[in-house]
Design a protein around this ligand. Sequence first.
Ligand code: PLP
Length: 421
Amino acid sequence: MLTTESTKIAFNVAWARAQFPSLAQSVNGHPAAFLDGPGGTQVSQRVIDAIRDYLVQSNANTEGAYATSRRTDAMIAGARSAMADLLGCDADEVVFGPNMTTLTFALSRSIGRELGQGDEIVVTHLDHDANVSTWRALEERGVKLQFVDVNEQDCTLDMGDMARKINGRTKLVAVGYASNAVGTINDVKEVIRLAHAAGAMAFVDAVHYAPHGPIAVRELDCDFLACSTYKFFGPHMGVLYGKREHLKRLQPYKVRALTNDIPFRWEMGTLNHECIAGITACVEYLADLGRHVNPEAGSRRAALLSAYEAIQSYERRLIERLIRGLVEIPRLKFFGISDPKRFSQRAPTVAVRIEGHTPLELANRLGERGFFTWDGNYYALNLTERLDVEKSGGFLRIGLVHYNTVEEIDGVVAALKEIVG
Ligand SMILES: Cc1ncc(COP(=O)(O)O)c(C=O)c1O
């Protein structure tokens, strides 16, 4: 049994793994090791059951005068309050949509209605393109984009450059909570403070952070924050938090028949109800994990915070072991924070290159052995271009979540050593 040391009650990874039926798969006789969490995580049995049960018992459109439709309305309200507990906000500030990218394009289009020539938006080289191209779309209105640079040696944001790029013309700062490419966790609280001091709004892309750390939108004081439930053990859906005042004031592009009440005015057309049913189940899975490590956790929010404490402590052990193993590999170049003393500033997501092998070749050969990793830019295109690795295949990414094990880490390091000789 693998446990964490810092939590009051041990985090039992075997308990967690038993909840995820897909983890039992194998490839060419090798157990499958899902080291592809940053691309999407597996779902627990209760998520599968919730989706199935919704389709059997409640499948209907919303706001009808009959039982299944009423059950659908209640189910969506339940999912909204589950996400409000996860994000630390009220349920009417939670907007559902197909994914983060679509929600962010809808938001940028709406914010863009108020912007024009002379206005600026600050984005970063560290970000996923869904938090760059969505704002770049407003260049057609005359809005200017300012790019914040990265420190090449450790792939952190250049906060001096951030402070310089934010000015009186800045209307919005769009920043990632954590990098899906190199794992850096950004000081988003400071970025939000800088944005507000200049009179700008702050948008946080928390897609990569959400499986790894607790989110508290009120404490952060961000204006918007987006995440995707399929990255934290739920179905393929996106979620947007917006401060109530903004969700009310801004004008979304919407059909006339749709209510003007928040958050519904931001939800275009019929949503994926079965996946929304799965969202409650995924939040409940995390809360249950929290209750396992801390049976005294009272509210669901308290249980979620306990879960993240246990997850962070466990993932910390995994990432230390993975990075220690990787940096021993000859001709391997490591991108991002590698000093264990600074591991609280990184998620358990690493990017490497190994001389003489393309990332695609490495991912293919690992895949044959049952290790699911990723290669290329995974849409962190602004970073692969900035670090000049885009033309040569980007990075090999190994991304851990709390259902990964020490054995999987030792296995992937040994497999890489064998492949590169
Ligand atoms: C950091 C980050 N932001 C945004 C996205 C886009 O999310 P979605 O697929 O929900 O549009 C991803 C997806 O990989 C991501 O990793």
